[in-house]
Design a protein around this ligand. Structure first.
Ligand SMILES: [Zn+2]
Length: 286
């Protein structure tokens, strides 16, 4: 099999898996890969990714001009082209609408908490690119802000985008994002998340080197500083991860879940205690 035939078969297989896992419905989603310099293999528009055949794919140049194929390239091609422009290391781009991760994207909740070691060592954090009208120039611009520092991101009220050094590594990152979203949702439904402490996050980041994981950017040393720069409109240069200081502990109850312990300076009362206090205060007023 030639390299091109192999890549075509790979894209068809990734499309089939995405559809089978419910990451796309109908004709959603798109996949692309670098074929050789100046030539990109791209899924076509208006085709269900679960039922593609290798001959349906088209070849474009790096500006999106169609070079080969009977069908027109994906309507989200501009987003793919922007990724290849910004990241010469990227060989493949995958876009889908996996429902749990997309739920987080709709809720405006980034997947940036330090809860799973394997996510921290591979993707780091998964930010949300600002809402943009699909298929317009807005979308590549929203993606450009995060793509130099991230291999995966949510797209506000739309879906998720992952990239990789080869086709399957880009696809597996999509699986990781949806799996991470599912676990985060369950933990939040259960009412608490224990976070991995900052010191342990630093240790896990050190493991990236040991395992040869090529992360596009380090985890931000100061998340507040990094957020201020992002808010000022700068592109991300590091990955924001929410991880509290551990003070000797490797797992820390999440302060935001309201179960962080009695010494966090917050006073909590039951409804009965609160009523008694109010009754007492009213009595004293009379
Ligand atoms: Zn989409």
């Amino acid at each position: 099999m030639t390299a091109e035939a192999e890549l075509r078969a790979g894209i068809v297989e990734v499309g089939r898996r995405m559809y089978a896992r419910g990451y796309t419905a109908s004709n959603d989603g798109n996949i692309s890969a670098r074929l050789e310099p100046g030539r990109l293999l791209m899924t076509p528009k208006s085709v269900c990714k679960g039922f593609m055949t290798p001959d349906m794919l088209c070849i474009t140049d790096e500006h999106g001009r169609k070079l080969e194929g009977d069908r027109d390239p994906s309507s989200e091609m501009l987003m793919h082209l922007e990724v290849y422009r910004q990241r010469p290391d990227v060989q493949a781009v995958v876009h889908a609408h996996p429902p749990i991760a997309t739920g987080f994207a709709v809720a405006g909740i980034p997947l940036d908490r330090a809860v799973l070691a394997e996510v921290l060592t591979t993707l780091g954090s998964i930010p949300i690119a600002e809402y943009a009208t699909p298929s317009t120039r807005e979308l590549p611009e929203a993606v450009r802000r995060y793509i130099k520092a991230h291999d995966g991101m949510l797209l506000a009220n739309h879906g998720a985008l992952t990239v990789g050094g080869d086709l399957f590594s880009a696809y597996y990152k999509m699986e990781t994002i949806e799996h991470f979203a599912k676990i985060s949702l369950v933990a939040r439904l259960l009412g608490r998340e224990n976070l991995i402490a900052r010191e342990e996050v630093d240790r896990l980041q050190g493991l990236r080197g040991t395992y040869g994981i090529k992360a596009p950017a380090p985890i931000c040393a100061d998340p507040a500083d990094a957020l201020a720069l992002l808010d000022a409109g700068d592109p991300a240069t590091c990955q924001i991860v929410q991880a509290p200081a551990g003070a000797g502990q490797r797992l820390v109850p999440d302060p935001a879940s309201g179960r962080a312990g009695a010494d966090d300076g917050e006073i909590r009362l039951t409804y009965r205690e609160l009523s008694a206090l109010i009754e007492d205060a009213v009595r004293n007023l009379r």
